[in-house]
Design a binder for this molecule. Structure first.
Ligand SMILES: Cc1cc2nc3c(=O)[nH]c(=O)nc-3n(C[C@H](O)[C@H](O)[C@H](O)COP(=O)(O)OP(=O)(O)OC[C@H]3O[C@@H](n4cnc5c(N)ncnc54)[C@H](O)[C@@H]3O)c2cc1C
Length: 397
């Protein structure tokens, strides 16, 4: 530590969603706030989120939209700073936005609008943001303050807030620093794994399905625990799209997932009734009415598709129905942290106060945002958790 230690009330590591929200709130209370980040820009993940339009929250937010070993933990923060509070802030800045399916709220123009709003609020609250700053080490002092040594100098702070996010997308500056700090101070961690991530396929399936690359179909994708009715997307590497990303967060290696490509249709009833009405029509003609043309021969093979419906027995129809209504596929793996939107697991919620995000054991040490073992579904829930948990810590640090 150098002689010229900078004194501050709240030192926040991570200048993105949760860290900036916490900084704004603490700054508004008159606290001296410094935010450090090793990236050359604040809020890189905000900028790349939602395909560049940032799905900043959801109209309906509930604890059931989150994965955690302690499913009750997120309730307090989500009820104290709600999606309505964040929408009010977005409206105050006149950021044009719109609602998409399942209550997802997106910017009309650019995710930059959200980042600019947060940075403007930081400025109003006299928050100091220091970029390109590497953290060397952190120590707890006998007076309960923290000393943080960095490439931009040394800091002493009453509170230390870890908002350094998860492990997903290392290219976007994700590092395990926050987990290491948690370990340094004896906090328990749950194992981490990538979430909201595309699947890669077994070699046979990959070869068979590669030609479908680019096709998107609304499907019910499920396992024994949960199901999601959204689009799936065939890619040249495997399977992606919202429903696949959602189920990936609930997937265990080696398990199959079931894809119902026609969730609103009982294929047995439908094909039987079509066979009665139009016995001469070919199977491929009727299925092409409701599914993309390229999909049908690949999924059903050549066995039936050229047949007129009158040639199909009850057993044949059930075989076709099972392929369309409950297609089972065993992914090879996920694409991993390289493309995952989030990291599941992290700082054990039982180590933290659900009201303030402060460590129960280490006074003055806080964990907010994705580093905590609270992971949202796709749909704006991860940002809402970042805003809510950051806001809560910002009231007390
Ligand atoms: C491609 C993509 C799209 C997404 N789209 C959405 C979406 O539309 N809606 C949604 O709700 N969620 C979305 N998410 C998830 C969302 O971005 C995260 O959950 C959210 O950003 C978490 O906020 P955070 O503040 O906890 O962490 P982050 O936003 O990850 O911020 C962590 C910060 O800590 C800094 N940091 C990391 N390590 C160090 C270190 N060693 N030293 C100093 N600083 C460090 C990083 O540079 C970064 O600025 C998306 C994620 C990705 C990857």
């Amino acid at each position: 530590m150098s002689d010229k230690i900078k004194q501050t009330d709240a030192l926040i590591i991570g200048a993105s969603a949760s860290g900036l929200m916490c900084a704004i709130e603490a700054g508004k209370r008159g606290r001296r706030v410094v935010v450090l980040d090793h990236a050359n820009k604040a809020g890189k993940k905000i900028l790349m989120s939602g395909g560049g339009r940032c799905n900043f929250t959801n109209i309906d937010v509930d604890a059931s939209n989150f994965i955690s070993h302690n499913p009750h933990f997120c309730k307090s923060a989500l009820s104290r700073y709600t999606q309505r509070d964040f929408i009010a802030l977005v409206n105050q800045y006149h950021i044009p936005h719109h609602e998409r399916d399942l209550g997802k709220l997106f910017c009309d123009d650019s995710a930059k609008d959200i980042l600019d709003m947060l940075l403007a609020e930081c400025k109003k609250a006299n928050v100091k943001i220091i970029l390109n700053c590497d953290i060397n080490y952190i120590e707890k002092n006998s007076d309960d303050s923290f000393s943080t040594s960095t490439s931009s100098g040394d800091y002493q702070s009453a509170s230390l807030i870890i908002a350094s996010g998860g492990l997903s997308i290392p290219k976007m500056c994700a590092t395990p620093l926050g987990y290491k700090i948690a370990e340094q101070f004896g906090l328990k961690l749950w194992p981490t794994r990538p979430g909201l991530v595309p699947f890669t396929l077994q070699p046979d399936d990959r070869e068979r399905l590669e030609v479908l690359s680019g096709i998107s179909v609304r499907s019910l994708v499920s396992n024994e625990r949960i199901g999601f009715n959204e689009n799936i997307l065939f890619t040249h590497r495997g399977l992606s799209g919202p429903a696949i990303l959602q189920i990936s967060s609930y997937w265990k290696a080696g398990e199959p997932v079931t894809i119902n490509l026609l969730p609103d249709l009982d294929v047995i009833d439908w094909l039987t009734s079509r066979r009665d009405k139009q016995p001469q029509i070919k199977l491929k003609t009727v299925i092409n009415e409701i599914l993309p043309k390229r999909l049908v021969p690949v999924l059903l093979g050549q066995k039936f598709i050229e047949q007129p419906l009158q040639n199909l027995s009850k057993e044949n129809i059930s075989e076709i129905a099972s392929q369309l209504n409950s297609w089972k596929i065993k992914p090879n793996a996920t694409e991993g942290y390289r493309t995952a939107e989030v990291t599941i697991g992290g700082v054990n919620c039982d180590e933290l106060s659900s009201k303030t995000m402060e460590s129960n054991k280490v006074k003055g040490l806080y964990f907010i945002g994705e580093i905590v073992d609270v992971t949202g579904w796709l749909g704006g829930y991860n940002f809402q958790w970042a805003w809510s948990s950051g806001w809560c810590a910002g009231q007390v640090v």
